[in-house]
Design a protein around this ligand. Structure first.
Ligand code: CU
Length: 268
């Protein structure tokens, strides 16, 4: 499907920083508009994860598939705000179900639900959430407990960042334009998932998976995810999808090993 490609200065700056090996704030786990269809910081390096957490080397990777015909994506109707409308030269589609022709399912948050012991301090590197073209980018991302979250407004129009957690403290902060400062927050408790919405633009939504450790990822355009840096162990891995709910699987992985865990959701 053809999607509008809006390049925010922030994203471009982030790409440049990554390309230069810079230590600038990361784009979150799934970045819809990365070049060549590949997310920037995909699950190989979950937002905030360090390359070798605790010196561990086990890997869980896999693919998420949608079994059946994906629903036709809704076209977002932005005419209520001309700024949003004019930001796009081609239709923009809802991201509640994003599947390839082969059924590879994007935007599935995959994380280790049980089996991780020890504590993993929050990275200082912020996770970035942008509002660009009146769409949240990325639509689904992961963040560690107490890791900084920075929400930017790249649009010359007003948004309000309305996070609606249940375990954490909700917030609802206005950003009158792209000149407004970033909204800087953090989540103190694990919570899968925290929904974000904008009351001004009811089509806008995003979801954050807040996890106490760095072992999470988000499936990319090809449905794949990777969770790396794990200690050897037996884990319960959960896959969450906005529309199709959750599934769990148990997996045992040894030091230096990579185990495959694939998930299939049934199209409804
Ligand atoms: Cu908005």
């Amino acid at each position: 499907m053809e999607r509008s490609r809006m390049w925010s200065p922030l994203l471009i700056a982030t790409l440049i920083a990554i390309g230069c090996g810079g230590g600038k704030p990361q784009e979150a786990s799934a970045t819809p508009d990365a070049p060549e269809g590949r997310p920037v910081q995909v699950a190989e390096a979950p937002a905030g994860a360090q390359p070798a957490v605790g010196g561990s080397s086990a890997v869980i990777q896999g693919t998420v598939t949608l079994d059946g015909q994906a629903p036709k994506p809704a076209t977002l109707k932005m005419s209520a705000d001309p700024v949003c409308q004019q930001a796009h030269s081609s239709p923009v589609y809802a991201e509640d179900v994003v599947a390839s022709a082969q059924g590879q399912l994007k935007n599935v948050f995959v994380y280790v639900k049980d089996g991780v012991s020890g504590t993993y301090p929050a990275p200082a590197t912020p996770v970035m959430l942008d509002q660009n073209g009146c769409v949240y980018k990325p639509h689904v991302f992961g963040i560690q407990v107490n890791q900084p979250l920075e929400v930017a407004n790249s649009d010359p129009t007003a948004h309000n960042v309305n996070a609606k957690p249940t375990a954490n403290t909700p917030f609802n902060t206005a950003q009158p334009s792209n000149k407004a400062p970033k909204v800087k927050k953090a989540f103190a408790k694990p919570e899968v998932m925290v929904k974000f919405k904008c009351n001004i633009h009811p089509w806008m939504s995003a979801y954050a998976g807040v996890v106490a450790h760095p072992f999470f990822g988000v499936s990319g355009d090809d449905g794949s995810f990777t969770i790396s840096g794990l200690p050897a162990g037996t884990y319960t891995v959960e896959a969450w999808h906005e529309k199709y709910g959750t599934q769990t699987q148990s997996v045992t992985v040894g030091d230096g090993e990579s185990e495959s865990v694939n998930f299939t959701f049934k199209a409804q």
